[in-house]
Design a protein around this ligand. Structure first.
Ligand code: ATP
Length: 247
C-alpha cells in the first residue's frame, strides 16, 4: 500500500545557477515512521535532495526544474520553508550547528518560533532534555563553548522544538568522533521508536547509517544507483566493496 508514504519524491531534476544540472531524475519514498538514509560520496547530490524537499534551494540559486515532491499527497515544491515547518517538516542543516553566541537553551527555544503556547513549549523543552541529558547539563553554556557533538545534538534538539513529524538530517556524523556519532544515532533511533518521528537523513558514513536506518538509497552523480532495505544493502557485495571499505 502507498497510503503510509509520507514523502514522495518523483523524478526531480535540480539545476543550480540556471545551468548546472545536479539532480538528474531522483525518486524516493519515505514511509511514515521510517528512518530512510540517502548515501553516497562527496558531491553525489544528497544535500541537494534534502534542500529540494525542504525548499532551501532558492538561497543557493537552485531550482527544481522537473518532477514533483509530495508530502502526504500534497505538492510542496512551491511552499516556503516556514510552510513546511507548519506541516511538520524540519531540516537540520549540514555543519550548521547552533547560534554560537546563544546558550544551549536559548538555541533550543529558537526552534519553537512558530509556536505560541508557552506551556507546550516548556513541555517540549523538557522532552528534548530527556532525550539529550547532555544538553540539560549544558543548558546555560554558550553554544560556542560546547563540543561538536553537543552542538549537533543542539541542532537536532532545536528542530524537535518545532514538534515535527519528519526531520531531514544532513550528515549528522560530520566532524564527530565515532562514539559521539553512535550516541547521536541512538537518540535518533529512540525518537523514531518512541515519538514516531520519521527521519530522512543524508550520510557519507554508510556503515553507521545502514545500522540505524530501515531503508537506504545510494546516490552517485545526481542519480539513485541502488536502493533497498538497510539490512540488505549492508550485506550486498557491491555496497561492501564500494561504500563499506571491505572487499
Ligand atoms: P556533500 O556530502 O559534499 O555535501 P552531497 O552528496 O550532499 O555531498 P551536494 O552538496 O548535493 O552533494 O552537491 C551535489 C553537486 O552540486 C556537487 O557537484 C556540488 O558541487 C554542486 N553544488 C552544490 N551546491 C551548489 C550550489 N549552491 N551552486 C552550484 N553547485 C552546487
Amino acid at each position: 500500500s502507498t497510503s503510509n508514504i509520507v514523502l514522495n519524491v518523483n523524478g526531480i531534476e535540480v539545476i543550480y545557477n540556471h545551468v548546472i544540472l545536479v539532480l538528474k531524475g531522483v525518486s524516493l519514498q519515505v514511509p511514515e515512521g521510517s528512518i530512510v538514509a540517502i548515501l553516497g560520496g562527496n558531491g553525489a547530490g544528497k544535500t541537494t535532495t534534502l534542500r529540494a524537499v525542504s525548499n532551501l534551494l532558492k538561497g543557493e540559486r537552485g531550482a527544481v526544474t522537473k518532477g514533483s515532491i509530495e508530502l502526504r499527497g500534497e505538492r510542496i515544491e512551491n511552499l516556503s520553508p516556514a510552510d513546511l515547518v507548519q506541516r511538520g517538516v524540519v531540516q537540520v542543516m549540514e555543519g550548521r550547528h547552533c547560534f554560537a553566541h546563544l546558550t544551549i537553551e536559548e538555541n533550543l527555544l529558537t526552534g519553537a518560533y512558530t509556536r505560541r503556547n508557552k506551556a507546550e513549549i516548556a513541555a517540549n523543552l523538557d522532552k528534548v532534555y530527556a532525550y539529550f541529558p547532555r544538553l540539560k547539563q549544558r543548558r546555560t553554556s554558550q553554544a560556542a563553548y560546547t563540543s561538536g557533538g553537543e552542538q549537533q545534538m543542539c541542532a537536532i534538539g532545536r528542530a524537535l522544538m518545532a514538534n515535527p513529524s519528519m526531520v531531514l538530517l544532513d550528515e549528522p556524523s560530520m566532524g564527530l568522533a565515532p562514539q559521539i556519532v553512535e550516541e547521536v544515532f541512538e537518540i535518533v533511533k529512540d525518537l523514531n521508536a518512541r515519538e514516531r518521528v520519521t527521519f530522512l537523513l543524508a550520510e557519507q558514513n554508510t556503515s553507521m547509517a545502514l545500522r540505524y536506518s530501515t531503508y537506504g538509497y545510494i546516490m552517485e552523480s545526481g542519480r539513485v544507483v541502488m536502493d533497498g532495505p538497510a539490512a540488505e544493502l549492508a550485506t550486498n557485495e557491491d555496497v561492501k566493496e564500494f561504500y563499506l571499505g571491505v572487499g
